[in-house]
Design a protein around this ligand. Structure first.
Ligand code: ADP
Ligand code: MG
Length: 261
């Protein structure tokens, strides 16, 4: 059974892309078949897997969604790239921005990505969708396609506020468009354990949301190695296996796998 997890937070710089890469490759290392989908016009996921010019790619999520809109025939494997660490990638680029505008007039516009993702479910154990920092139509499409939402939250000043809007959007999608959608959990990222401040925020997130939403036991620490790995186009698991961020993503992988049963 395939699980589609959307990595979503309308705030930028909270480690959505980093979490998509390292959880995705973590799952591959545990023998799962994994597809990553880049649903951000910035193409950061695509770039951080070594495809440094996302805008040059011919077939991307945008062209696939355009084909769905125009009811053109597509092969489910069109445009999928195979990364050396064993993960598959459907890249994304700037064309997603134009698509977002075009979609204003498309019939059943919330369901376009789902139509595509459904065709891929039989090929993968996990499909991870990396969202852009907004709650626009592409992100809604990702939420409609998904089973689970993973919400990375940076342990920094008041992440708490922005989460309300996200949770509201998720509930609305669940009520109107995708009954089976569940929040898998909040993932605290870039935690600097040396500061009391980070601990304070962690406990604040627990107080505010713990009753309502799962919070992953694993927290992702802060380390500059995370940025270095993405500059190399590989996961931190491979770039620097003993690093605390890599170890944390391995633990997160185990936590996600524990929900399989
Ligand atoms: P988002 O996709 O939410 O915008 P990114 O994954 O691109 O966030 O991360 C934002 C920045 O923070 C990037 O430069 C990334 O390399 C860096 N980063 C991500 N995780 C960590 C971490 N655990 N420690 C330090 N820096 C990190
Ligand atoms: Mg990103």
């Amino acid at each position: 059974m395939c699980r589609v997890i959307v990595i979503c937070n309308q705030k930028g710089g909270v480690a959505k892309t980093t979490s998509t890469v390292n959880l995705g490759i973590g799952l591959v290392k545990e023998g799962r078949k994994v597809l990553l989908i880049d649903a951000d016009p910035q193409g950061s996921l695509t770039a951080s897997l070594g495809y440094v010019e996302p805008d040059e790619l011919k077939t991307t999520l945008a062209t696939i969604m355009m084909a769905v809109i125009n009811e053109e025939e597509i092969q489910p494997t069109d445009g999928i790239l195979h990364h050396k660490e064993g993960v598959d990638l459907l890249p994304g680029n700037i064309e997603l921005s134009a698509l977002e505008v075009i979609m204003g007039n498309v019939m059943s516009r919330e369901l376009i990505m789902k139509e595509y993702v459904e065709q891929l479910r039989e090929r993968y154990d996990y499909i991870l969708i990396d969202c852009m920092p907004s709650l626009g139509m592409i992100t809604i499409n990702a939420l409609v396609s998904a089973d689970l939402v993973l919400i990375p939250v940076q342990a920094a000043y008041l992440p708490v506020k922005g989460l309300q809007q996200l949770i509201k959007t998720i509930s609305m999608v669940k009520r109107r468009l995708n009954r089976k959608l569940q929040i898998q959990g909040i993932l605290l990222t870039m935690v600097d354990f040396r500061t009391n401040y980070a601990k304070d925020i962690a406990s604040r997130v627990h107080e505010t949301y713990g009753a309502e939403i799962e919070i992953f036991h694993t927290v992702i620490p802060f380390s500059v190695k995370a940025a270095e790995a993405s500059a190399e186009g590989i996961s931190i698991l491979t770039y620097c296996p003993g690093n605390k961020v890599g170890i944390a993503y391995k633990n997160l992988t185990q936590e996600v796998l524990s929900y399989e049963n």
